[in-house]
Design a protein around this ligand. Structure first.
Ligand SMILES: C[S@@+](CC[C@H](N)C(=O)[O-])C[C@H]1O[C@@H](n2cnc3c(N)ncnc32)[C@H](O)[C@@H]1O
Ligand code: SF4
Length: 384
């Protein structure tokens, strides 16, 4: 079974913290981009029918069906007709999960209803915070009230599997403010919560805004201890409210773990289409150009078709070795960990991590300890 990721690299406005492949003010390219996506999907389905979602088409009772994830950027900038066109190119595929990422400032009730009718059954809402001051610092195009309205509209449209994205350790954010965000999120009772620690990426406006030497610097990032307190609070509170902490940043009500993202963390096979999208097939990885024009030229203009050529290669020893490292550091993100046999050849690293209290053995798996969870990057460094 293969999962499909569809990347939509358009945003109404670029947020101050974001370095994803997404561009503002390029909406006039959307129609052409949709045509390129459909063509790329058709190419892949023709070349690799055994790797596509199609094998799961006929029998709904089969346990393992494909997943589709429409991410961005801001997929909800597209009209329902444009989204339908993309989904139709995957032809009558029955998937267990079709997710779409949504920005509350780009979608209304009618659009949500149409998206649900297209078979999209999981909505991931970029809330980020319920505090209007923080939303402003982040450069979001919506306020907290918009998120509440959007959430209600999504429920009314029939979405019964909703994720909320939240970010903590924001500039000038106090622990009490974060607690309030968590409390509000819980009052909405989403099936899934992703809580990310703010990454201040070089080259983004927030990097400049929070620099010590920035003129009249009034924005201070929380200290490491404060960040840790926010993360600890999140884990304790969400678990006590019945959410399963199943990945470093992800919490789900029983049975609502994101199936598509589990494929990434388990280092499974997936195809990615669109600008900047990555694919992973049997230990080999491929990526499309981040540049929208270059991507469209390659797909529509038949200049070259890297995906087709690259996928024909046979994995060699170095692919196998790096695939094992990837399996380890992706899999350790999961709270259940991964089978001990996956660590063959890394006995020294494992012993050191156990000695440092970062890794533990449980039920035939190695998994992060609570300390390892807080210091996950130190653990991953051993395997990268
Ligand atoms: C590609 S965005 C998709 C959601 C949609 N574009 C939106 O923002 O509403 C996925 C999520 O990544 C998180 N994210 C993006 N940049 C981040 C950063 N620098 N630090 C922490 N989380 C980040 C945000 O929570 C965001 O909702
Ligand atoms: S809307 Fe989402 S993808 Fe677009 S800039 Fe903001 S965080 Fe990034």
């Amino acid at each position: 079974m293969t999962s499909l990721y569809i990347h939509i690299p358009f945003c109404k406005k670029k947020c101050n913290y974001c370095d994803f492949v997404s561009y503002a003010g390029a909406e006039d390219l959307i129609d052409k981009y949709v045509a390129a996506l459909c063509k790329e999907i058709n190419n892949l389905l023709t070349i690799y029918p055994e790797r596509t979602l199609s094998e799961e088409r006929s029998d709904e009772s089969k346990g393992s069906r494909g997943t589709i994830y429409i991410g961005g950027g801001t997929p909800t900038l597209l009209s329902p007709r444009q989204t339908e066109k993309i989904l139709c190119s995957v032809v009558s595929v029955r998937c267990s999960e079709i997710s779409i990422e949504a920005n509350p400032g780009t979608c209304n009730k009618a659009k949500l209803k149409e998206l649900r009718q297209l078979g999209i059954n999981r909505l991931s809402i970029g809330a980020q915070s319920f505090n209007d001051n923080h939303l402003k610092t982040l450069g979001r195009i919506h306020n907290a009230k918009d998120i509440f309205g959007f959430y209600d509209d999504a429920r009314a449209a029939g979405f019964d599997n909703i994720n909320l994205d939240l970010i903590f350790a924001l500039p000038n954010q106090t622990l009490d403010e974060w607690k309030k965000d968590v409390e509000i999120a819980l009052s909405l009772a989403p099936e899934h919560l992703s809580t990310y620690n703010l990454q201040v990426e070089k080259g983004t406006p927030i990097w400049e805004m929070t620099k010590i030497q920035a003129p009249n610097n009034k924005l201070q990032l929380p200290t490491e201890d404060e960040e840790l307190a926010m993360y600890e609070y999140t884990i304790e509170t969400l678990i006590s409210k019945g959410y399963k902490h199943y990945e470093i940043s992800n919490f789900a009500k029983p049975g609502f773990e994101c199936k598509h993202n589990l494929v990434y963390w388990k280092n499974g096979n997936y195809l990615g289409v669109g600008a900047g999208a990555h694919s992973h097939i049997n230990g080999q990885r491929f990526a499309n150009s981040n540049d929208i024009d270059a991507y469209m030229r390659q797909v529509l203009g038949e200049e070259r078709n890297e995906i087709r050529n690259a996928l024909r290669g046979t994995p060699n020893d170095s692919h196998v070795a790096s695939a094992q490292r990837e399996t380890i550091f992706m899999g350790l993100r999961l709270l259940d960990g991964i089978p001990t046999e996956k660590f063959r050849g890394f006995e020294k690293e494992v012993a050191e991590l156990i000695e440092d209290g970062l890794l533990m053995r449980e039920k035939g798996n190695y998994k992060l300890t609570r300390k390892g969870l807080y210091l996950a990057n130190l653990v991953f460094e051993k395997f990268v």
